[in-house]
Design a binder for this molecule. Structure first.
Ligand SMILES: Cc1cc2nc3c(=O)[nH]c(=O)nc-3n(C[C@H](O)[C@H](O)[C@H](O)COP(=O)(O)O)c2cc1C
Length: 187
């Protein structure tokens, strides 16, 4: 069977791509605007370059056509903190995929505890093993509703005991496989 993408609607294309490009890491992104802590997961996410250290994450729009809060906040504040999701945080991560009004932050709504590690970057979700503090680098216009955003990693956070001085470490990350999740350790 051969499938011509030009014959497909966007739901079918998403189905094909998200079931084929697996596993996909999850960027659990915290942004902050006017004291509101916004949290949301994104799995169209991958590292692009080590020098400069840049990752890419593709963020779409809400049903009303406005940019998702994460995209709005990154454009406005030029900052984002990417947390890595382990099994312990899977349930909370899923809750944060709900689309809330911009003035209602997921941290407050779902009682997700965050902590400030660096004053000039958004907070980290308490107890995650690792997080990257990023600055807006650039964005691409693909002509659609999804906007690939390039983020430059400026600092990385590790929970105590995760990493040694030679940067040896292993995270218990969860990955997206189609609609489901898997522990990278089990793949
Ligand atoms: C595991 C997972 C991965 C997701 N990946 C993406 C993605 O790559 N791009 C996207 O626009 N939305 C993605 N979503 C949906 C967003 O998380 C969702 O639209 C969220 O409400 C956006 O929140 P915000 O408006 O606070 O930014 C994903 C959801 C889940 C559960």
């Amino acid at each position: 069977m051969r499938v011509d993408y030009s014959d497909l609607n966007s739901t079918d294309i998403y189905k094909l791509m998200s079931n084929s490009v697996v596993p996909r890491p999850i960027a659990w992104i915290i942004t902050e605007d006017d004291g509101i802590i916004n949290i949301a997961p994104f799995s169209y996410f991958i590292p692009l370059s080590s020098k400069p250290p840049v990752v890419i994450v593709s963020i779409g729009h809400k049903e009303d056509g406005t940019p998702k809060d994460t995209l709005f906040n990154i454009r406005k504040t030029k900052k984002a903190t990417i947390c890595f999701v382990d099994e312990e945080h899977l349930e909370d991560m899923n809750k944060t995929a709900l689309s809330l009004p911009k003035e209602e932050g997921e941290a407050k709504k779902f009682g997700i505890v965050t902590k400030k590690v660096l004053d000039d970057f958004p907070s980290v979700i308490a107890d995650v093993e690792s997080a990257m503090f990023c600055e807006f680098f650039d964005e691409l216009d693909l002509g659609g509703k999804t906007v690939p955003v390039l983020l430059e990693v400026k600092h990385q956070y590790f929970k105590d005991g995760i990493v040694d001085e030679s940067f040896n470490f292993k995270l218990g990350n969860i990955a997206r496989v189609g609609k489901n999740y898997a522990r990278l350790e089990d793949i």
